[in-house]
Ligand binder design. Structure first.
Ligand code: PGA
Length: 253
């Protein structure tokens, strides 16, 4: 059994000003101080990154961004470059979140370029995949996820992928209160790991962290994290309140 450090990540989406984010980060820092055996990450909006980074300095909580562009600079109005995130103190960047795919037209090709650019900039990509409800109901879950991982990671060599994190987020479970059962999550995570073992490398797949996301909350995190292939959680709604999020971080106690 590979030793995969669990990652509990908060995706704050389009919530919180810089001041609000700094306050939440400060509170979270107090609430999770001293927690061991788990890594914690929060991803505030771009405008809150610097203030949040300042608040987190000296703490073990990692900073992440929610998106980025793949180019390093240029005439791309409204976009943010990888090096800008790095300079703001980010260690992680969420890429290919289903809201980006569904609401902003992100394609597997864009996502592939973003993952490549993130790695080149020294950011750890949290690469999101997930099926919709109708895809699940029509029995296409595995084929959809296989396509997303194949295209998202096309052209990469093993060396590139060392820092990759994958997040399985069934679209039907995001913000709906409907969580995948622990068995559904485990089945998918094991499948994704098996596919990547075959397509990339067995050792890489064994060490890869696969997070589950979609209505994770204090009442269900423990059973999800008890699954052998669930290595953490990507949390939206329940990450906004530091008290609730800290309960997720302390899932082991
Ligand atoms: P949720 O969001 O926890 O609110 O379902 C998860 C996500 O979108 O990352």
């Amino acid at each position: 059994m590979a030793n995969r450090l669990p990652l509990i990540a908060g995706n704050w989406k389009m919530h919180m000003t810089g001041a609000e984010a700094a306050q939440a980060a400060k509170r979270l820092k107090e609430l999770v101080a001293g927690v061991a055996g788990v890594e914690v990450m929060i991803a505030p909006p771009f405008t809150a990154l610097y203030q949040t980074a300042a608040e987190l300095s000296g703490s073990a909580i990692a900073l992440g961004a929610q998106n980025m562009h793949w180019e390093s600079k240029g005439a791309f109005t409204g976009e943010i470059a990888p090096a800008m995130l790095k300079a703001a103190g980010c260690r992680y960047v969420i890429i290919g979140h289903s809201e980006r795919r569904q609401l902003f037209g992100e394609t597997d090709q864009n996502i592939n370029k973003k993952i490549r650019a993130a790695i080149a900039a020294g950011l750890q990509p949290v690469f999101c995949i997930g099926e919709t409800e109708s895809e699940r109901e029509s029995g296409q879950t595995f084929s959809v996820l296989d396509k997303q991982t194949r295209k998202g990671l096309e052209g990469f060599v093993l060396q590139d992928l060392k820092s990759l994190v994958v997040a399985y987020e069934p679209v039907w479970a995001i913000g709906t209160g409907k969580t995948a059962t622990k068995e559904q999550a485990q089945e998918v995570h094991a499948h994704v790991r098996r596919q990547l073992a075959e397509r990339v490398d067995p050792d890489f797949a064994r060490h890869l962290r696969i997070l589950y996301g979609g209505s994770v909350k204090p009442s269900n995190i423990r059973e999800l994290m008890a699954m052998p292939d669930v290595d953490g959680a990507l949390v939206g709604g329940a990450s906004l309140d530091p008290q609730t999020f800290s309960q997720l971080v302390h899932y082991q106690s």
